[in-house]
Design a protein around this ligand. Structure first.
Ligand code: NYM
Ligand code: MG
Length: 211
């Protein structure tokens, strides 16, 4: 008798704004579901919760929040999702997550007064992804994708700082994917990577982040 059913994989997409994460997350979930693999798309920040609504108004520049306090809200927005994510993963659903703690640390620590160490602290103990797909695009391709929007952080100089922070956070659980290519070609490549993660996650225990 098997002691536990296969769990789902926890896959995170990270990258700067305009790297194509959201498109690729949706395509991956559609493809997995079409192939009979139970998968669900999640996104951080989750702007639908009470905390998420505060984050949303901060990002839309309709309110000002102190830098430490908005950082803690982003982290709290992940903590509040943990029970549901844990349950889904353990019931065999693969989670494809558009941004996670790495965005949390990279964006906040790109601000001069917040250190990377301080930023990591409230993220410690969250579920650890099985793999992070880090999408990179050259400055030229990013600019061809149109202007940044009007949200906070959507500025070229700030994004460059965020990119250097992502580079510091990278470890061997990250797969760096050059996203300077056609959408379909990229999504096929990502699907192959995802299948490997899904297969190997079945026999591995879910971990905790930065403990
Ligand atoms: N962001 C996202 C943070 O500053 N901290 C976080 O913890 C997360 C998850 O919010 N510019 C930033 C990155 C984005 C912005 O994300 C909203 P999106 O994926 O553009 O909706
Ligand atoms: Mg954005």
């Amino acid at each position: 008798m098997s002691t536990s059913a296969n769990r789902g994989a926890f896959i995170v997409f990270e990258g700067c704004d305009k790297s194509g994460k959201s498109t690729q997350c949706s395509l991956l979930v559609e493809r997995l579901n079409r192939d009979g693999i139970s998968a669900q798309l999640l996104k951080f920040p989750d702007r639908t919760t009470t905390i998420g609504k505060m984050i949303d108004s901060y990002l839309q520049q309709s309110c000002q929040l102190e830098d430490h306090s908005i950082h803690l809200l982003f982290a709290a927005n992940r903590w509040e999702a943990m029970p549901k994510m844990n349950e889904l993963l353990n019931s065999g659903v693969t989670l494809v997550v558009d941004r996670y703690s790495f965005s949390g640390v990279a964006f906040s620590s790109a601000k001069p007064e917040l250190s990377m160490e301080w930023c990591r602290e409230p993220e410690r103990g969250l579920l650890r992804p099985d793999r992070v797909f880090y999408l990179t695009v050259g400055a030229e391709v990013a600019s061809q994708r149109g202007d940044f929007g009007a949200e906070r952080y959507e500025k070229k100089d700030f994004q460059a700082k965020v990119a250097t922070m992502f580079d510091k956070l990278k470890d061997d659980s990250w797969t760096v994917i050059n996203a300077d290519k056609a959408v379909t070609e990229l999504s096929n490549e990502i699907f192959e990577h995802a299948m490997n993660v899904i297969n190997s996650a079945q026999t591995e225990k879910l971990g905790k982040l930065w403990l």
